[in-house]
Design a binder for this molecule. Structure first.
Ligand SMILES: [Zn+2]
Length: 332
């Protein structure tokens, strides 16, 4: 994205896209909050008096630099709160993930940031995003350290490809039952139609927060990808309302319960011989029947084991060693 196009954006969006928190930080500070700017693109706003009953909410956007809709949504949410700071009822950290990729209108600089949240990075270790992930990991630890047990992490994305359920979320299975139920109820309120329970990390930011910090965390896909400043924000209106309520501690009414899917298989690309039976343009939640071939990788053949499995995030072009897709089965 050129600097000229950034200049035409509404001020709140332009500021967030440039990691400029100056004005909102000043407003929260004047209202008596403890404000932190631990790194470029990261803002924390905490109550000056620590209260273990206060929820801690981490909101991340732009982990993929080209997914601009949630950046706009977060910018307006933050701007509204900064104008009425007394309404903020939680400790908040806002993380704009791939701030450098956003500046150039790209998904990432070297590699997918949302695969870096793992202890062993292999050949991803030297990438630009590995350094950014280290910065984010440190800020996330500082934010949750010493906070009360009510911890949330909403990592907001938009999808590249079409989807039978345009709004869906990935939820780490390891989240404790009560917190997970509360999270899924909020996701329903936010207009999420389907939830995928994920048993193992693929190196994502939300899984990291759940595993390392006990947060009720989710990777949330809010709709279709668009250009910064030109997103159809109406597709995010339920999510924006649900987020506004969460940040203000408003008791949330029940939304429509999302469908629940379990992960049946995670398909990992083991070699350059990996071939998928379908391309990366395949719609998310496209169903396959028992026995159908999902992918081959040299002598290894991945086939559908259940009567029906649906494919999510198919991408044969990932690096060797990374997840090339998930097969899910509806359970609820
Ligand atoms: Zn994404």
């Amino acid at each position: 994205m050129s600097a000229a196009s950034l200049n035409t954006l509404p001020e709140a969006v332009r500021a967030l896209a440039r990691a400029d928190f100056g004005e909102v930080a000043a407003r929260f500070q004047e209202a008596g909050f403890s404000v932190g700017l631990p790194a470029k693109g990261i803002l924390s706003v905490k109550s000056a008096v620590s209260d273990p009953a206060r929820a801690s909410v981490l909101l991340s956007v732009g982990v993929h630099g080209d997914e601009t809709g949630p950046i706009e949504m977060a910018a307006y949410a933050l701007d509204a709160l900064a104008r009425a700071p007394g309404e903020l009822a939680v400790d908040l950290m806002l993380c704009v993930g791939s701030i450098d990729a956003i500046a150039v209108g790209k998904r990432f600089i070297d590699a997918d940031l949302n695969r870096m949240f793992r202890l062993q990075r292999g050949d991803l270790a030297g990438t630009f995003e590995a350094g950014r992930a280290d910065t984010i990991i440190a800020a996330t630890r500082d934010f949750f350290e010493g906070s009360g047990p009510r911890r949330w992490h909403l990592d907001l994305h938009t999808a590249i490809r079409g989807s039978r359920y345009p709004k869906f979320a990935i939820v780490p299975q390891l989240i404790a039952d009560a917190a997970r139920a509360e999270l899924i109820a909020w996701l329903g309120l936010a207009g999420i139609e389907a939830v995928i329970m994920n048993p193992a990390s693929a190196g994502t930011y939300s899984y990291w927060s759940a595993e390392q910090h006990g947060a009720a965390a989710s990777t949330v896909e809010l709709g279709r990808i668009g250009t910064l400043g030109q997103n159809d924000l109406s597709q995010f209106s339920d999510a924006a309302d649900a987020l506004a309520g969460l940040l203000r501690g408003v008791p949330q009414s029940a939304g429509k319960a999302p469908l629940v899917f379990d992960t049946a298989q995670s398909i990992t690309k083991r070699s350059d011989n990996f071939r998928m039976s379908f391309g990366r343009e395949t719609e998310n939640f496209t169903p396959l029947k028992k026995g159908e071939t999902i992918a081959t990788d040299g002598d290894t053949v991945y086939t559908v084991q259940h009567d029906e499995e649906c494919v999510v995030f198919p991408n044969p072009d990932v690096r060797v060693g990374l997840r090339a897709g998930i097969m899910v089965v509806r359970v609820k």
